[in-house]
Design a protein around this ligand. Structure first.
Ligand code: FAD
Ligand code: NDP
Length: 444
């Protein structure tokens, strides 16, 4: 059995949702005709804003729930419910895993045995959470052990948190998931111990000074940090739960629940040996087109040349990238002669942008963290109700390569983004920041 479509989007996450909206905006009459566009996803629900899972979704009160955060709510754009796809003639094939792809024949085989063929394919398979088992530590299936990638994972975590009120959680990993989930656990009145191998939290990104601020802030909320440490096993209970995490040095951390965030890997396996790969993802050109002209890749899975970084090929696991690369691919497919659709042709060039929100804190980062970091602002702990404001500029050859800003207003964030985008000299950014009361040390 089989079906054929003009365009198929493989994956039903953030990038798929933004690509669908872009398609509709490009299509005559604002909708697809039968057999024109299909989205295949192994998730049970229409594309949603994944960042909500570690923030609003985990709140003890007033939690975010679908349909409120389907794409493209995160960009304050249309809310793409299942009905929206129906109304726009888009075939949404949910709860269906694609188990193999044949790029030469232009076909996908689903777990139900259906062959879906395409003229043009957009790969939007995202990334998966790494499992501890991949590092020889077993117990990931325990009823009180949580990973966080999908809505299903988030539902499990909400249930486990409810059963652990007042108890102890061990959070493994000091990256994005670890930091955001630790904050959510505290909000749910669960005591948190964070364990990670690095010298400080977010150690591939934060400077020691930035990390110190957040660790002190978390410590003031009752979070304990065990740094430079690894969990090597779990103590199991007979009811399918773990009771404690055991560290390499033999320490035992009692645990009513465990949250694991030890990194992600792009879902490229369907295309191994069929498409060119780079940086752990599918290599695409400035139009998000892979080494096969009929296949495009977007979001976490795509490694693309970033003009603002000198054409370096990079892969980002961040939502802004998923949104922009999705729109870019659709524009490139439907307006092949439009040079503006290429990454690197105009000022809509991709500027790397990451952010996080935890407790009452909110940071944004633009650019690349290469060169020397220069810190600015006040890193002292905020008083009750006070909002900290500080940051760091990464300076390379006198030019601003990247800026991190905690507590910036929208206007301030836009100002630093534009300074990074135009490759401002550090002196110019210093003057800009100083006019906003954020002096850079040693800059006249
Ligand atoms: P995804 O959104 O992961 O979507 C991939 C889709 O493909 C999924 O539906 C998946 O089930 C499906 N799929 C994969 N393989 C198959 C297959 N074989 N068959 C069928 N379907 C398949 N970024 C930020 O910038 N800021 C944040 O605050 C932030 N918070 C986050 C919080 C959490 C909990 C997580 C997990 C990520 C967060 N991110 C954040 C990262 C951001 O969500 C991702 O960069 C973004 O979701 C990538 O979009 P994508 O469409 O490429 O992949
Ligand atoms: P990260 O890469 O951010 O962090 C992984 C953490 O786990 C690091 O502290 C790392 O230490 C540690 N680690 C790595 N291997 C092991 C191991 N074997 N045992 C114990 N610890 C280990 O990944 P996350 O899991 O936090 O995030 C997963 C994905 O979700 C990413 O794509 C991320 O971008 C995305 N995400 C983004 C958010 C945002 O942008 N605000 C929010 C939430 C998720 P070390 O660095 O020292 O190796």
């Amino acid at each position: 059995m089989g079906r054929a479509f003009g365009y198929v989007i493989l994956g039903g996450g953030v990038a798929a949702g933004y690509a669908a909206l872009e398609f509709v905006r490009h299509l005559d009459g604002g909708g697809a005709s039968p057999g024109e566009l299909c989205i295949i996803s192994d998730e049970a629900v229409a594309p949603y804003e994944r960042p909500a899972l570690s923030k609003g979704y985990l709140l003890p009160r007033g939690a975010a729930r679908l349909p409120g955060f389907h794409t493209c709510a995160g960009a304050n754009d249309e809310l793409l419910t299942e009905q929206w796809y129906k109304d726009h003639g888009i075939e949404l094939v949910l709860g269906t895993r694609v188990v193999s792809a044949d790029v030469r024949r232009k076909t996908l085989l689903t777990i139900t045995g259906e062959t879906i063929s395409y003229k043009t394919l957009i790969v939007a398979t995202g990334a998966r959470a790494l499992k501890l088992d991949e590092f020889g530590v077993h117990g990931s299936g325990a009823a009180n052990m949580c990973y966080l990638r999908s809505l299903e994972d988030a539902d499990k975590m909400v249930g486990v948190m409810r059963s652990c009120h007042g108890g102890n959680a061990v959070v493994i990993g000091g990256g994005y998931i670890g930091m955001e989930c630790a904050a959510a656990l505290v909000a749910n009145e669960i005591k948190v111990t964070m364990v990670f191998p690095g010298k400080h939290c977010m150690d591939r990104f934060f400077t020691p000074k930035i990390a110190e601020f957040y660790e002190n802030y978390y410590a003031a909320k009752g979070v304990t940090f065990i740094k430079g440490a690894r969990v090597t096993s779990f103590e199991a209970l007979s009811d399918g739960k773990v009771a404690a995490a055991i560290l390499r040095d033999g320490r035992r951390l009692p645990a009513d629940m465990v949250v694991v965030g030890i990194g992600a890997r792009a879902n490229t396996a369907l295309f191994d040996g069929q498409l060119a790969m780079e940086k752990g993802g599918i290599r695409v050109n400035g139009r998000m087109q892979t080494s096969d002209a009929a296949v495009y890749a977007v979001g976490d899975v795509a490694a693309f040349p970033v003009a603002l970084l000198g054409g370096d090929v990079r892969r980002f696991e961040h939502v802004d990238c998923a949104r922009r690369t999705a729109r870019r691919a659709v524009a490139a497919i439907l307006e092949p002669a439009d040079g503006a659709a290429e990454v690197g042709k105009n000022d809509s060039d991709y500027l790397p942008f990451f952010y996080s929100r935890v407790f009452a804190l909110s940071w944004q980062f633009y650019g690349d963290n290469v060169g020397e970091p220069v810190h600015f602002g006040d890193f002292s702990p905020p008083g009750a109700g006070g909002r900290p404001k500080f940051g760091a500029c990464w300076v390379s050859d006198g030019l601003v390569a990247g800026v991190f800003l905690e507590g910036g207003s929208q206007e301030e964030n836009e100002a630093v983004a534009s300074a990074v985008r135009c490759g401002a000299r550090i002196g110019d950014l210093a003057a800009e920041l100083e006019s906003r009361g954020l002096a850079l040390p040693g800059q006249e």
